[in-house]
Ligand binder design. Sequence first.
Ligand code: ZN
Length: 440
Amino acid sequence: MHLIRLLSIALILTLVAGAPVRALTLLRDPDIEYALKQLAAPVLKAAGLSPSRMDILIIDDRSLNAFVVDRSAIFIHSGLLLKMQNAEMLQAVLAHEAAHIANGHLVRRPIALRNARTAAGLGAVLAGAAVAVSGNGQAAAAAAAGASNTALRLLMVHTRAEENAADQSGMRYLAGAGINPQGMVQVMEIFRGQEALSVSRQDAYARTHPLSSDRYRVLQRLAAGYADRARKDPNADYWFARAKSKLSAFERSPKWTLNRAGEYGYKDVKLMRQAVAWHRQSNLRKSLPAIDGAISLRPKDPFLHELRGQILMESRQIKPAVAAYARSTNLAPNNPLILGAYGRALLADGQVKKATQVLEKARARDGRDARVLRDLAAAHAKQGNNGMASVLTAERYAMGGRMKDAGIHAQRASGLLPRGSAAWQRAQDVLSASEAAAKK
Ligand SMILES: [Zn+2]
């Protein structure tokens, strides 16, 4: 969680020294996000939070980290997910982050860093987080020393007491949900020894979650005390295998994937991994039968049809891709990521009007998919709706942390859209975010 603290220090550094900002990339996948929601749901319920209102979002970054910035999402680095060896470990990370939210640790955050729900807010958050993970520890510490006490008080909101409280509450949620709390100890074991490394060589999670031997001992004792509450959860085991398998199939080499495709013992997961690996080797002749085999085992699984659509789309089989995405959309009519992919295929097929409808539905449900913002802007531009195209472009730049460019497009949109309309209001939101960024 404490990434925010580093990010804020690093932001000061950026302002003082003008260090470059590298934007973080969100990794959006309907299958993986659904799987993570399945894993998070029992933990969030135990924390008194609403699973339907919280997304688990992946940041494409090999380093190990997890953090929260508001009540709408928990962010996990892809590197952390790939490092987890079982569902319980991942659920332990989610429980700790959920505890920061449930315990009210975010309340004293500056408002600007508490809104990841909108494109502009998310952009500001991620641009800052990017500085934090890329920033070198010594420089950040030097900048922190030079920062005013007020700024530090405002920005460095997480205390060690809050950290310990998050550990304790997280363990309680795991026990309440019947999840083996030993997962938390296993997570901490990954980071043991990192304390001895210099700050710049530590993983971000270790920097932001200092693991003293005291803290480790407390966690071990709590885990032992709750051990008898653990039950097996086949649903969690399956979705953990799905999420990690799909992510690794896209992140690791196809050869690596093919060598261990069957490691979890689920036949459909094995076929899905093979399909992705062969697809990445541009071997449609093998990847298509593999994904079809997975679908024959789970015919009503919208995410397998969505993957089939992606494989076809990227193999330039546009019309079959449209059909696969249509099937996926029928099975999950309100999934914004599936709608976004379907709209994209429709647009490629020249069905501009239908694509606009589908993409608009996707955007309304989730404004944080940069690809949807870009495709929808293209669809509107094709139809001569330049005001709509401009506001979407403004939002996309804002999401990428390019606040100055965002402001230029938002200004243009304001002049073109009917004053007071919903889209005009969105342009105003980006404008004020851009002005706030310029003042810093
Ligand atoms: Zn924490």
